[in-house]
Structures are given as structure tokens and as C-alpha cells.
Design a protein around this ligand. Structure first.
Ligand code: MRU
Length: 345
């Protein structure tokens, strides 16, 4: 079992620093909200559900650290803290769902009571994500045939969810159901979540994994070596358009061209019914340095211009099904997603 990604321990937030994996397994005990917001920004905590859980605990930490006993001042400062989290990463909607819930939980007679209510709500958000990822994984495992090789992109495992995993959760659950399953993991340039994190998790789970570069996917699909593709999601719009790690769109088109099922696995906290179209999803642009350098080492001539969108949007025409804890949704997605709804909105 993978080490705990996020843990609330004695009023502090313990995180496993994912930016250091797999070379070093370093846990950091964060005791103030700024460090939590920075950990999200710097991707020490990453993956849509994990970002939401970390932000909820971060807001609770911020509330505990405030000096004022005046409730109005307290709520004004709390609002500032929530804005800091809202500005940390723009694409994963789980972050904004968590902030919304914490906003609603900021109730109580005095400051002490509000603080307590915020800690309890953060713990609830965490428990619910664990339960949801477990449930969706069990439902999704039905789609995995015995002997399948599954291709996955980025990392949508326990690390990314502070729970059981989504894409990797489905694979884990299939194995637990007694199926023989193996994985092709794309390295996921530029930050190598597939090479660093997905392989790390699967090796610990005893699930056979083959690492490939992002550009090898079509080759293996053409050879008939891939049974299905499963990826996670950062935000699913009301019409089923799905934002996920850059490169997902390419894989979906490739899978479609080869007649291979392409599944998205995500808890309902990743669904954003407020966006009618997927092209309204804000796409995070990260530093070009992440493209021109690998772990600080330059791989291009100095001064090379580079682009670095962190996510892309896959149209529902390329998605065979969306696996959630409330059921497996197929086209037409607008009806199906509306029916299951989005948790916490
Ligand atoms: O930039 P990251 O590493 O946070 O991106 C993560 C992904 O794109 C995951 O596929 C997604 O968040 C789903 S995690 C269950």
C-alpha cells in the first residue's frame, strides 16, 4: 500500500512531498496555511482530489493560526486565506469545490466554534474523497477484462487523490477482483508524473508496469497491445468535455482511431456543472523552464522559447465512458452528468 499522501496529525498537515519522489520519500509537517498553498503551487501535493483535500486542511490551519477573537475580523481574514488557495492552481475544480464547502462550514457562535467546524469539515471532505475513489474504482473494475493491458497517463493513483486512486484505483480494484492486469504508463512530460509516480505506486502494488515515452502510445496501440486507456480528470464540464494532464487529448484521439475504449475515472467533485462547455475550463500555464529543463538540467539551447500548458481538453466524442462513484456515465453526457450531479455544489 502506498504511503499516506496527506494526513491530519495533531493539528498539523503531514504531506508526502511528491516533487521528490521516487528518489526521496520525504514527509513535511505543515503548520501554517501559506506553506500548504505553496505546496500545492509547487506540486508537492498534486492531483485534483488531493489538491482539494489539502486546501481544505490548509484553510482549517489558517483559521487555527489567526490571533483575533473578533468574529468579523476572523471571517474577513478567513476570506483572504481562501483567496490565497483559489489562486494556487486554476484547473482542478476539486480545489474550488473544497473552498466552497469550507466557506459554508465557517459557522458557529464564536471563533473557537468556527475553527472546530472547519477542521471537522476538512476531515469530512477527506473521508468522502477516500470513499468516493474506492467506490468508483470498484465500479470501474467491471470494465477491465481479465488479461487486459491498460494504458494510463500522468498519475491518478493514491498519491493524486489522498485516497484509493481513480485511474489507478480502477486497476487496483480489478487486481483485487482476481483479474490479471498490467499497465503501460506514459512518462508524462514535462514533469514526469507517469515515470516518477505511477511506476512507483504500481511497483508497490505488485502490478506489472511498462514505462513508455509519451510518443510511443500509438505504436503500441497499433500493435494491439493496449486493451483500454484509463485516465483521471481535473475538471469535467456539464457537456462531458474533460480537462486532464496535457497529452490526454492526443491519447483519446489515438485510442479512437484504433477502436480502443477510452475511459475517464473521477469522483463527482471533479464535475463542474456550472460550465456549459469544456472550452471554458481555465488551463494552467506553467513556467517554460519546466520544458527547457529536466530536473534543473537544460535540454535546449539557452534562450529557447517554450510553451507549457499543463492540461488539455478532450471532447466527449472520444470518451467511451466516465466512471464516477455514483455510476458509469455514457453519452449523451449532458443528460447523464446532470442526473448524477456534482458533489458539494
Ligand atoms: O499537474 P498535476 O500532476 O496535478 O495533474 C494531475 C492530473 O492531470 C491527474 O490526471 C488528475 O488530477 C486526476 S488525479 C486523480
Amino acid at each position: 500500500m502506498t504511503a499516506k499522501t496527506i494526513e491530519w496529525l495533531d493539528g498539523k498537515l503531514r504531506i508526502l512531498d511528491q516533487s521528490k519522489l521516487p528518489w526521496e520519500q520525504i514527509f513535511a509537517d505543515l503548520d501554517n496555511y501559506r506553506d500548504v498553498a505553496m505546496a500545492i503551487k509547487e506540486m508537492k501535493v498534486r492531483g485534483a482530489p488531493a489538491i482539494g483535500v489539502a486546501a481544505a486542511y490548509g484553510i482549517a490551519l489558517g483559521a487555527s493560526g489567526m490571533k483575533t477573537a473578533n468574529k468579523d475580523d476572523f471571517l474577513a481574514q478567513l476570506n483572504q486565506i481562501m483567496q490565497t488557495f483559489a489562486a494556487s492552481r486554476p484547473t482542478a475544480v476539486n480545489l474550488f469545490q473544497a473552498i466552497d464547502r469550507m466557506k459554508k462550514a465557517a459557522r458557529g457562535d464564536g471563533v473557537a466554534e468556527v475553527r472546530k467546524s472547519l477542521v471537522n469539515e476538512a476531515k469530512r471532505i477527506h473521508q468522502e474523497e477516500v470513499a468516493a475513489t474506492k467506490k468508483l474504482s470498484q465500479l470501474g473494475a467491471e470494465l477491465i477484462k481479465d488479461g487486459f493491458t491498460v494504458l494510463t497517463h500522468c498519475n491518478a493513483g493514491a498519491l493524486a487523490t489522498a485516497g484509493y486512486g481513480t485511474a489507478l484505483g480502477v486497476i487496483r480494484a480489478a487486481k483485487e477482483q482476481g483479474k490479471k492486469v498490467s499497465v503501460f504508463a506514459t512518462e508524462t512530460r514535462p514533469l514526469l508524473q507517469g515515470a516518477r509516480l505511477t511506476t512507483w505506486e504500481l511497483i508497490q502494488e505488485g502490478i506489472p508496469v511498462t514505462l513508455i515515452t509519451d510518443s510511443m502510445a500509438g505504436y503500441f496501440m497499433k500493435r494491439g497491445e493496449i486493451g483500454c486507456v484509463i485516465v483521471g480528470a481535473d475538471r469535467i464540464a456539464a457537456n462531458g468535455y474533460t480537462a486532464n494532464k496535457i497529452g490526454t487529448y492526443t491519447l483519446a484521439i489515438l485510442a479512437n482511431a484504433h477502436g480502443i475504449p477510452f475511459y475517464v475515472a473521477a469522483p463527482t467533485t471533479t464535475i463542474d456543472l456550472s460550465l456549459a462547455s469544456g472550452y471554458q475550463i481555465p488551463i494552467e500555464e506553467r513556467s517554460p523552464d519546466e520544458v527547457t529543463h529536466v530536473r534543473g538540467v537544460p535540454i535546449a539551447p539557452e534562450g529557447t522559447r517554450a510553451a507549457n500548458p499543463a492540461f488539455d481538453v478532450t471532447p466527449p466524442a472520444y470518451i467511451t465512458a466516465i466512471i464516477t462513484e455514483k455510476g458509469i456515465v455514457r453519452a449523451p453526457y449532458t443528460e447523464g452528468l446532470k442526473k448524477i450531479g456534482s458533489r458539494s455544489l
